[in-house]
Design a protein around this ligand. Structure first.
Ligand code: ZN
Length: 271
């Protein structure tokens, strides 16, 4: 904590008892000596710093499962799309084989019909068989068109699938490396959180129990942040101006002050 050291130190040696609160809606407050108060404010600021960092880490940790899941589902979606393309390729291959066997069947029918042409007696029968032969030829040519179209589609899919092999390798490397980073970060964050918990216990035990009670009250009512710095006469908890007399008093760091706007415990911070 940065405090403005002027002639105030001399006054502190009188061990004067001053009311802890200049302004408060937070209930009964302890009376403390000026020098004890400075230390208490210091500890409150540290406690707030510890809680702010812990909250930031907890919020990161609460997202870890979701981040890992979303990486896994990215890979799953990619795999699913590949499977869909492979199924489409299978279907096209099946169709191609079925067209091919239709052509073979029709071709052998044609061969037989053409052989029969030589043995036909009447013109009417001859014309009718010729028409049948033409019809089968037309059907075969239509089937061949469809086979060509199928071949083109199969080529396209095979090209896409070959590219997807490389893309999948890249994506799964990226996903694995991101997962490893998240796991490393999580270990580090859990370790830091344990350190912060220990620090929290250490500093909270140094704070006057009555004052700590008030700290919790403010914290619960003021959205989780009980202590806010004042810079350039502005409370950084609510961004409202502090009255100039209060700002000047605040610089001495010898009494506990509350922001008139957000009611948080405030302290002077050099800019
Ligand atoms: Zn404020």
């Amino acid at each position: 904590m940065e405090c403005w050291n002027n002639g105030i130190v001399g006054r502190r040696t009188h061990h004067s008892i001053v009311p802890f609160f200049q302004y408060s809606n937070w209930g009964e407050a302890p009376n403390l000596r000026v020098e004890d108060m400075k230390e208490q404010i210091d500890n409150l600021v540290k406690l707030q710093g510890i809680e702010t960092e812990s909250n930031r880490i907890r919020s990161i940790l609460s997202n870890v499962t979701q981040r890992l899941d979303s990486l896994s589902s990215m890979l799953n979606e990619f795999e699913q799309t590949t499977k869909d393309e492979e199924l489409r390729l299978d279907d096209l291959e099946k169709n191609y084989r079925s067209y091919k066997s239709d052509i073979e069947m029709n071709t052998s029918r044609l061969k037989k019909s053409q052989e029969r042409l030589g043995f036909i007696k009447t013109n009417k029968e001859y014309q009718s068989l010729l028409k049948e032969i033409e019809d089968v030829k037309t059907i075969n040519s239509q089937i061949e068109d469809q086979m060509l179209e199928g071949l083109e589609q199969m080529d396209d899919i095979e090209r896409v699938l070959a590219d997807r092999d490389n893309e999948y390798k890249k994506l799964s490397e990226q996903v694995n490396s991101e997962k490893q980073t998240i796991t490393r970060e999580t270990e580090k964050n859990n370790k830091r959180l344990a350190e912060l918990d220990a620090e929290w216990k250490r500093f909270s035990s140094k704070i006057d129990p009555q004052l700590l009670k008030i700290y919790f009250k403010v914290r619960d009512k003021a959205g989780g942040i009980a202590v806010a710095p004042v810079k350039d006469a502005v409370c950084r908890g609510c961004n409202m101006n502090i009255p100039s007399q209060m700002y000047n008093d605040l610089r001495r760091c010898d009494s506990l002050k509350f922001c008139p706007s957000c009611q948080r415990i405030i302290y002077w911070k050099d800019t």
